[in-house]
Each structure stands twice: as C-alpha cells, then as structure tokens.
Design a protein around this ligand. Structure first.
Ligand SMILES: [Zn+2]
Length: 304
C-alpha cells in the first residue's frame, strides 16, 4: 500500500520514529557535497573541460593519459580543500555520537565527513578518498598514503591549484578553448616502494571493485540485528547502492526508509514508497539539522 502524503512528509511522525530508533544506517551521495558547493560531475552534462567526467574515472583513462586524469583529480582535491563541511555533515557526526548504533556509508570522496569530526568507526568511505594515495601497481604493490593533502601534489599539477583571480571568467584549467600542459609520466609522483608504479588517487574508479573487507564488515553490521531506520541522503533511494542497502536492511513493519534529497523523483517513484517510509524534499544542509534535532539538539558548525 502506498504511504499517505501525510506520512510521506510528516516531520513529527518522523521524529517519533527517530527517537525510537537505535540501529540507523545512512547512505550519503553527491547531493550532500553539492550543498558544500562541490560539483558532482555525475549524470547528464557531467563534463570536465570537454571530457566526460565518468570516462576520466577509469583505470584505462589513467593508463592512457595519467597527466590528464591527475589534473582532474588534483582539481577535485583543491576544490574539496577549499570547501567546508555543511550543517548536514555536522548533524550526521553528532547523530553518530548520540546514537552508537548509527552507521554512515558515504559515496563521497571529498573528506568532508571526516573534517566534520564524524567518528571514524561509524563511517565507511565506500568509494575511498581524494586524499588517499595508492600505487597504480595495486593490488600487486601494497603502498598507500592514507592521508595526503598536498596542494598541488607536485609542481606539474600546479594549474589545478591556481587561485581564480577573475571570478567572471573560468579558470584556464576549466576552459576547453585553452590548451592544457601535456604532463609526462616522469613529472608525476612515483610509488616510493616499487618505484615503477605511478602514484594514483585512492578512489574507486568505474570498473573497480569496492574494498572487500569494508563490504564484509557492512554486511555483518546489517545482518547482526534488525535495522530501525535507513537514511538516504543526497541520492535516490531507488538507485544503487542506496536501493540495495535499503532493501537488505529492511525488516517489514520495523524499518523506515527515509529519503532526504533535492528531488524525490517522479510520482511513480513516490508510489514505490512503502507505508512507514518518509521522504523530505530539499537541501540536506537545511533539512537534516531540523530532522535530527530531537536527538542532536542545536548543532553549530565551528568556525574554520
Ligand atoms: Zn608501488
């Protein structure tokens, strides 16, 4: 049976359910980072210069032109360092401190959860981190640097860390009519351990598997005891991976799936919402602090 419109959007019913919930799973997507001003590069029009951003995020692209792929990632590292966690990141971090049974899975690689002091044992970085480095010979070579915020990472990547002095114009780096420096592999950092591999971003590229140990641990958590609530934030509860986790975590009559997103999708999508589920349409940075307030109180972002 489809949920009534009231149940779909009632904040007070949501608060009642939240206060009774102990085992809570959140799955966060790009919409959460968009509220911090970070572009998503996904979906229609996800272009970086004249490249399809999705096609830059593959091991094949890195092999073909590591300098180009590194410029794309160096730019994203720079942008993420310039951005700040938003009130939704702080609200989730506080929820983790207030509810030890809360677990947050994020697809975002921008490190903003970590910078909002989200307890690390309650956070899984599904797609890795822009600030982790590994060897392109992995898994053969095990070298990693789990946290490196050098900006630029090396002199050749300096164009990605350039300050925009004229905000009326795009950075030369982002303007496809301006040529890019052709960065040779010799100019990029090499693995200090095997010395043959190039250093690469510690993110999961298209066509690569997610970390098996992390996935096993999440599965174990889901299967251990029934889950009271699944929060789907800044992504759709109808697309992978949120849809998969929501389905696996759902115990009929017990688990509420709660979607917080700029768009809740079509009327058809809404009809798929089950009784007892919730959907809140809008900016997660505005909605989450309000929705979680009965548990977390007033959360203020510290001045950075
Ligand atoms: Zn190596």
């Amino acid at each position: 049976m489809a949920a009534s419109k009231a149940a779909y959007s009632s904040v007070s019913l949501f608060h009642e359910k939240l206060l009774r919930s102990n085992r809570i799973l959140a799955i966060c997507g790009a919409g959460l980072s968009a509220a911090s001003g970070l572009p998503t590069f996904r979906g229609a029009g996800g272009l970086w210069r004249n490249h399809n951003a999705v096609e830059l995020a593959t091991p094949e692209a890195f092999e073909a032109d590591p300098g180009l792929v590194w410029l794309f990632y160096a730019y994203r590292r720079h942008m993420a360092l310039e951005a700040n966690p938003n009130p939704a990141h702080y609200a989730l971090a506080e929820l983790a401190r207030k509810k030890p049974g809360f677990r947050c899975l994020t697809q975002n690689v921008d490190n903003l959860h970590v910078r909002a002091q989200h307890p690390s044992e309650q956070l899984s970085l599904l797609h890795g981190s822009l600030f982790a480095l590994k060897c392109s010979n992995a898994p053969g070579c095990k070298w990693t640097d789990p946290y490196n915020t050098a900006d630029p990472l090396c002199p050749a990547l300096a164009p990605a860390a350039e300050k925009n002095t004229d905000p009326t114009k795009p950075l030369p780096l982002l303007d496809p009519s301006k040529p890019l420096a052709d960065i040779k592999p010799d100019e990029l950092p090499h693995c200090p351990e095997c010395e043959t591999g190039l250093v690469r971003p510690g993110v999961v590229w298209f066509g690569e598997p997610l970390d098996e140990g992390m996935l096993d641990e999440i599965d174990e958590w889901i299967e251990k005891e029934p889950v009271d609530m699944v929060l789907v934030i800044g992504t759709s509860s109808f697309v992978y991976p949120a849809a998969g986790y929501a389905e696996r975590a759902r115990t009929e009559g017990r688990t509420a799936v709660v979607t917080v997103n700029l768009e809740l999708g079509s009327a058809q999508g809404r009809n798929k919402i089950e009784e007892g589920d919730f959907g809140f349409e809008g900016d997660a940075a505005v909605l989450l602090p309000e929705l979680l307030k009965p548990v977390i109180g007033e959360v203020e972002a510290p001045l950075e």
